[in-house]
Design a protein around this ligand. Structure first.
Ligand code: SF4
Length: 514
C-alpha cells in the first residue's frame, strides 16, 4: 500500500516527520507492507499533516493526523480507506481542492517532488519537448500570446522581457529566478520549490532556450532551507540524466543551473537589488535604465522572473498559448495561486483564474476568520499591499480592477484581520517595516519612513491630529512620487488605505459615504 505524508515545510511545522516515522514503525510492528512517499502539500494547510492512502477508488485523505492518531488509524483499517473521524474522503473530492483550477499546481501534492519518473508520468517535460522543436522567437511568441504577466507582483508582460533579451546580441546571457519570496502570508514559491521543483527547472530551461541564455541562477531566501535542499537535489538528478548540462537530452543546447542563498533582506526581492546581491555586493537597488534585460547580471542581458512565472511556462508550451490565455479576465490571463493566511479558518493555497472575488476566497474557501469574529479587512499583495475593506470584497481579482480601487493583487498573498485589528497600528507597522528594510539609496524612503512612524505616533496620541494627518498625506505623496523602487513608492498603499477606509482607528470622524 502507498501512503503519502507531505514533506512540505507547512506540514513539517506541524509534525509530518514524526507522523511518517510512526506510520513506518506501526507498519513494521504489524508486519504490513507499505511504501511511504513523502509528497508535496496539497495546500490544505488546516488539514496538515494530511496523510493519504492509495486505494482502488483513488487516494483517501486523513487529517490533521498527529503521531498519537497513527495506531488508531491502523486499528480502524485506514490502509483500506476505512472510516475514521479524521477521514476526509477522496482527496480530489474535497470541495476546497475540487473547485480550484489547478494548472500550475496540478502535480502539487500528487507526486514525489524529486522523482523524475513521477514528474514525467504527470506531463513533466512536455513543455520542454515542445520548446526544443521550436525556434527561439516562436517560444517567445507563445509566451507573449499566452498573456503571461510577472507573478512576483509587478505583472509586467513576461514575453516582452524575454523578447528584449532574445533581441540583444551578447556573448553571455543569464536566466535568474527571483525566489526571494518575502511577502507576508505568501508561500506559493516555496510550495513550488519544495513540492514540484522540476517544473521550475523546466520553465527556466525553456527561458534559456528561448533567449539564448545558457546559465541560470535561483536566488532563494535563506529562510527557506527545505526549498534550497529540494532544489539542489532536483538539479543533481537532472544533471545525472543529462537534462541539465552541455547537451540537453542530445539537442546540442546547453543550460546549467545553480541555487544561491539570500541573506534575509526584503529589498533583495527587488530585481536590481537581487542582481547586486547575486554579484556578491550589498543588496542596494540600481537605477533603471539600463534594464536588466539589456544589462543585468554581470552587465549581461538577463531574464529575471518570479518562481510562479517560470513555473507557468511549461504548461503554456505544452498546451498552447490559447489554452492558457482563455483563463482569466480582461488583461489578466491565466491563473494565480492565491494564498490565504492570517486570521482565517481554512488557510492554504487556492489556484483559480483571475476574476474571482475576495469574498469568495474568504468565505467559500477560507470559511471565515479563525477567531470566529467578523473579518474587518484583508491586506492583499504583501506588506506593501492595501488594506481592502468589505466594500471592495466584490471587486474581481485582476490587476487592472484592483489598481482602479487603489489596491494591488501583487503575488497573491492575503493576510486576514478580524474586527479586533487596529488599522492605525498596522499603518504604523507599514512605515516601520519600510524603515527597517529600506536599502537607503533614496531619501523619500530612507528618511520618509522614519518620519512616517513619528507622524503616525502623533496621530495616535492625538498630538495636533488634524495637522499631522495633512502631513502624513503629504509625506505619502512624496514617497509615492519620489522613491526609486516599490519599497518606498508602495509603502503608502497600506498606510493610506488604512487611513481612508478606517479613519475611526486613527481617532478621526468617519466621513465615508454610508
Ligand atoms: Fe532603496 Fe527605498 Fe529607494 Fe527602494 S525606495 S531604492 S528600497 S531607499
Amino acid at each position: 500500500t502507498m501512503i503519502y505524508v507531505p514533506r512540505d515545510s507547512a506540514a513539517l511545522a506541524v509534525g509530518a516527520d514524526r507522523v511518517a516515522q510512526r506510520i513506518a514503525q506501526e507498519a513494521s510492528a504489524r508486519q504490513l507492507d507499505i511504501r511511504l512517499v513523502r509528497n508535496g502539500s496539497r495546500g490544505l494547510f488546516w488539514l496538515e499533516p494530511l496523510v493519504e492512502v492509495a486505494t482502488p477508488e483513488g487516494r483517501i485523505a486523513y487529517g490533521p493526523v498527529t503521531p498519537d492518531d497513527v495506531a488508531d488509524l491502523f486499528e480502524a483499517g485506514f490502509l483500506c480507506g476505512a472510516p475514521h473521524r479524521l477521514r476526509q474522503g477522496l482527496t480530489e473530492q474535497i470541495p476546497y481542492l475540487k473547485s480550484q483550477q489547478r494548472l500550475t499546481f496540478a502535480r502539487m501534492g500528487v507526486t514525489d517532488p524529486t522523482s523524475l519518473t513521477d514528474y514525467v508520468a504527470h506531463q513533466g517535460f512536455s513543455g520542454l519537448r515542445a520548446a526544443l522543436a521550436m525556434a527561439p522567437s516562436e517560444i517567445v511568441q507563445q509566451v507573449l500570446d499566452a498573456g503571461l504577466r510577472g507573478r512576483g507582483g509587478a505583472a509586467f508582460p513576461t514575453g516582452t522581457k524575454w523578447k528584449t533579451v532574445l533581441d540583444v546580441e551578447a556573448p553571455q546571457k543569464y536566466i535568474v529566478c527571483n525566489a526571494d519570496e518575502g511577502d507576508s502570508g505568501t508561500f506559493s514559491d516555496r510550495m513550488t520549490m519544495e513540492g514540484d521543483p522540476f517544473m521550475l527547472i523546466e520553465g527556466m530551461m525553456i527561458a534559456g532556450i528561448a533567449t539564448g541564455a545558457t546559465k541560470g541562477y535561483i536566488y532563494v531566501r535563506s529562510e527557506y532551507p527545505h526549498a534550497i535542499g529540494t532544489l539542489n537535489e532536483a538539479i543533481h538528478v537532472a544533471e545525472l540524466v543529462g537534462l541539465l548540462g552541455d547537451d540537453i537530452v542530445g539537442s546540442g543546447r546547453r543550460f546549467s543551473l545553480e541555487v544561491r542563498k539570500g541573506a534575509g533582506s526584503y529589498v533583495c526581492g527587488e530585481e536590481t537589488a537581487l542582481l547586486e546581491s547575486l554579484e556578491g555586493r550589498r543588496g542596494i537597488v540600481r537605477a533603471k535604465p539600463p534594464l536588466p534585460a539589456i544589462q543585468g547580471l554581470f552587465g549581461r542581458p538577463t531574464v529575471i522572473n518570479n518562481v510562479i512565472t517560470f513555473a507557468s511556462v511549461p504548461l503554456i508550451l505544452a498546451r498552447g498559448a490559447a489554452f492558457y490565455r482563455d483563463f482569466g479576465v480582461g488583461r489578466s490571463h491565466g491563473t494565480l495561486p492565491f494564498q490565504l493566511a492570517g486570521n482565517i479558518k481554512h488557510g492554504g493555497l487556492v489556484e483559480r483564474a483571475f476574476g474571482l472575488t475576495l469574498r469568495e476566497l474568504l468565505y467559500d474557501y477560507g470559511g471565515g476568520s479563525a477567531s470566529g469574529r467578523p473579518i474587518k479587512t484583508v491586506q492583499v499583495g504583501g506588506p506593501l499591499g492595501a488594506y481592502v475593506p468589505e466594500s471592495q470584497w466584490d471587486v474581481p481579482l485582476d490587476y487592472e480592477a484592483y489598481a482602479a480601487v487603489g489596491a494591488t493583487v501583487g503575488h497573491g498573498g492575503l493576510v486576514v484581520h478580524d474586527e479586533t485589528a487596529d488599522l492605525s497600528r498596522l499603518a504604523r507597522y507599514a512605515m516601520e517595516f519600510c524603515a527597517i528594510e529600506s536599502c537607503g539609496k533614496c531619501t523619500p524612503c530612507r528618511i520618509g519612513s522614519t518620519r512616517g512612524v513619528e507622524v503616525i505616533d502623533k496621530i495616535r496620541a492625538d498630538h495636533n491630529r488634524s495637522e499631522q494627518v495633512i502631513l502624513l498625506r503629504d509625506l505619502c505623496d512624496t514617497m509615492v512620487n519620489g522613491s526609486l523602487c516599490a519599497m518606498g513608492s508602495m509603502t503608502p498603499y497600506p498606510v493610506l488605505s488604512a487611513l481612508n477606509h478606517f479613519p475611526q482607528d486613527f481617532g478621526l470622524p468617519d466621513t465615508r459615504p454610508a
